[in-house]
Design a protein around this ligand. Sequence first.
Ligand code: ZN
Length: 303
Amino acid sequence: MSIDFSPVGLHDDLVKAGHIIPVGVQGIFGRGPIFEEVLRQFDHLVTRIAKDDGAERMSFPPCLDRKVLEKSEFLDSMPNLAGSIFSFSGTDAQHQELSARVHAGQPWQDLLTATHVCLTPAACYPVYPSFTGKLPDAGRLVDMQNWVFRNEPSPEPTRMQSFRVREFVRVGSPDDVIAWRAKWLQRGLDIMLSLGLPAKTEVASDPFFGRGGRMLAANQREQQLKFEVVIPVISSEKPTAVCSFNYHQDHFGKLFDIQLANGDVAQSACLGFGLERIVMALFKTHGMDPAAWPSSVREVLWS
Ligand code: ZN
């Protein structure tokens, strides 16, 4: 049986089934109860698979210390995707002007000033400051589910501005970090195949900005620093990335002064499951009603 792929068609099917709820802005939709139930069950599946890894569980809000964004060099590589939070801190007179402009439909943004926070641009960023200093001999492993913001409105449902990522971060020696990423790359692929999804792995690069960004991306591919598990969701030629596996070498170790027990700079890697994208891949592949999904898939998710 062949599947038709259409970005807008998938969006409309998800809306018709009550799985996503448009709110007027692209990429910021609500989620219906069955969508959330599938997302929760997938998240539990990851928990079951990772249960013996000994990860520390953490949770962070969807915003981040502005200083962490600055330090991480995200604004050097993907400034167009970042979201900064601005608020009003003016006088009474300025407040009256603000209200008047808002009600008159005029621009008012220049009356705001930057706060100390920005929106989290990558699920692992909140955790790096907590690693500063000397690591234990075995390094550390952290497990999180965080909301991520990316400024890329699109009618295409898998390209969201706000979404959740189940993210694991490993810091330690190069050998430990590389072996850990390799193990999860296989696990990630196996999870998708166990759900009847036509997944494969490929070398990938981040969407770095501008001309300098093209060189960064080429370098990242050449060194195989980023892999993705991809599944056809809106296109068969350009399958959608549903998990990514990133080897940062000593990038964050240097920026956040993270050291191995012997004083060397620690290395790091992270992996993230794009939860909404995986749910959409399940709906696209198996249909909009989970009750009618193959029993093998239901058994893996609801066990
Ligand atoms: Zn990450």
